[in-house]
Design a protein around this ligand. Structure first.
Ligand code: FMN
Length: 188
């Protein structure tokens, strides 16, 4: 079974980007995908160090293992100053091209403004540098669209139909890409 890793890149316990990720995870599971979830608030990582300090910490090892086991990855971030959160960037600094190569990646953001496209562009630049495969679509919720996701509710949300349609379409095209690439995967 194909496995999708969701990385929730906020340092807030019930961030809208985290709750949106839980909603997406639930939809992916309903479509028969295996999933894993890394909430960087609940499982914080130390500051990345090029000298390898902290690399043996349990949360770092668990995150690296989740990356390696994933066939596809969803990266979710709050939009901070037109960019991604510090905790997500820090987490991605622990990743290497071996963790991302050939894997489809969906970028997701939550923004105070209408949509958070700057953070998505920057996420896609990071994915490209990690040799992941950026999904053709991306997903951002902004402003009042965040309201249903303000409370944690185990991935079960009442979402307005136009936003729900967009979420289903974007996730659907990502899962189609994941299946297409997964069916060609060669096991070394
Ligand atoms: C430090 C900081 C910087 C922010 N910068 C932006 C920004 O540049 N553009 C924007 O639309 N919203 C900005 N916001 C608002 C957040 O994007 C918004 O609250 C979003 O819902 C946070 O996502 P979360 O609920 O997943 O934490 C900023 C918030 C903070 C705390």
């Amino acid at each position: 079974m194909m496995k999708i890793l969701f990385v929730a890149g906020s340092n807030h316990p019930s961030a809208t980007s985290t709750n949106l990720s839980l909603y997406l995870e639930r939809l992916a599971r309903a479509q028969g995908f295996d999933t894993s979830f890394c909430n960087l608030h609940a499982e914080p990582l130390p500051f990345y160090s090029p000298q390898g300090i902290g690399a043996e910490e349990a949360n770092v090892r668990a995150f690296k293992r989740q990356l390696q086991e994933a066939d596809a990855i969803v990266l979710a971030s709050p939009e901070y100053h037109g960019s991604i959160s510090g905790v997500l960037k820090n987490a991605l600094d622990f990743a290497s091209q071996d963790d991302f190569r050939g894997k489809p990646v969906l970028s997701v953001s939550s923004a105070g403004g209408a949509v958070g496209v700057s953070s998505l562009q920057q996420l896609q630049a990071i994915v490209r540098n990690l040799h992941g495969i950026n999904a053709p679509e991306w997903l951002s919720i902004g402003s009042a669209q965040r309201r249903p996701f303000e409370k944690a509710s185990h991935g079960d949300y009442e979402v307005e139909s136009s936003i729900e349609d967009r979420i289903h379409r974007v996730l659907g095209s990502f899962l189609t890409l994941a299946r297409a690439l997964g069916s060609h995967k060669t096991h070394a």
